[in-house]
Design a protein around this ligand. Structure first.
Ligand SMILES: C[S@@+](CC[C@H](N)C(=O)[O-])C[C@H]1O[C@@H](n2cnc3c(N)ncnc32)[C@H](O)[C@@H]1O
Length: 273
């Protein structure tokens, strides 16, 4: 996962920069920022950049991903105010010495079986007046025109449906999985937090796509082909094969109309004193 998570977060950096600028209007001079489910730390380092007075703690259960986060922080000169903590969320947060002024969980909450309990535990680890910010939901990414000239129009909508089914199975299989209406502001309020706010951020990289965007799209579609190739419509599978063929002029490596368009939603709430 590491290269995919890194490439995605790097490509999505303009979106994260806008999200963090929005957070910075409300969260002034945080002392400790916790990135819960940081992965390889691309966003953790953006927090270090946006909040130069803050210490950043990247937390994840994957030690190899945390190693990459530490290496990235060192490369960017943040070592003296960057730490990592390995373990299962949310319990591992109890091992952090200080409460967080800002706790960010970017696309990590949905990996925890009991999201309501996890939000309560996150809220518990906030300093008075601290902010909890979760990035969950938004819109599925689009890379191609609806009618892309090969195969049956609407390929990406059908891939979304396969992913949605996979997501439901992934959640059902998590340890301690609890079904929950994903009304994030209501769940933040149930965790005792106030002043819930929601905002979505767009990533709009129009055609012609950069080499970096093409590589990301190719990687994303290859993952879908590998994950769902045996259950998808054979015509769609053949279309994906053509899209992923570097020599095919209709493929994502060469076609002129490739783009990246997506939206991610951030929900915040505050621990009132
Ligand atoms: C989709 S990735 C998001 C990574 C990063 N926040 C980003 O947006 O690029 C989810 C991350 O949560 C971590 N994670 C999933 N379940 C976890 C758990 N139970 N405890 C700790 N970390 C977990 C994974 O290792 C992964 O790094």
């Amino acid at each position: 996962m590491a290269p995919h998570l890194e490439a995605q977060a790097e490509l999505f950096t303009p979106l994260y920069e806008r999200a963090l600028a929005w957070l910075a209007k409300e969260v002034t001079e945080p002392g400790l920022i916790v990135d819960a489910g940081s992965g390889p730390g691309v966003v953790s380092c953006l927090f270090a950049e946006t909040f130069p007075g803050a210490r950043v703690l990247a937390v994840d259960f994957s030690e190899p991903l945390l190693e990459r986060a530490g290496e990235r922080a060192a490369r960017l000169g943040y070592t003296d105010r960057f730490g990592t903590l390995a373990g299962e969320l949310p319990g591992v947060l109890a091992d952090s010495d200080y409460p967080a002024d800002l706790l960010w969980a970017g696309r990590s909450l949905h990996h925890l079986g009991d999201q309501r309990a996890a939000l309560a535990a996150f809220a518990e680890r906030l300093a008075p007046s601290g902010t909890l910010a979760i990035m969950e939901g938004g819109l599925p990414s689009r890379f191609l025109p609806r009618d892309l000239g090969i195969g049956r129009p609407g390929l990406e909508a059908r891939l979304d449906a396969l992913e949605a089914e996979w997501f439901a199975r992934m959640r059902a299989d998590l340890p301690g999985s609890v079904d929950e209406v994903e009304d994030w502001p209501a769940l933040l309020a149930a965790a005792g937090l106030k002043h819930a706010r929601t905002r979505s951020f767009l990533l709009d990289l129009p055609a012609p796509a950069s080499d970096r965007a093409r590589a990301y799209v190719a990687d994303s579609l290859a993952r879908l082909r590998d994950g769902f190739g045996d259950v998808m419509d054979p015509e769609d599978r053949a279309t994906l094969d053509r899209l992923l063929d570097p020599a095919d002029p209709a493929g994502v490596h060469r076609r002129a109309d490739l783009f990246v368009l997506t939206a991610q939603t951030v929900h915040t709430a505050v621990k009132s004193v």
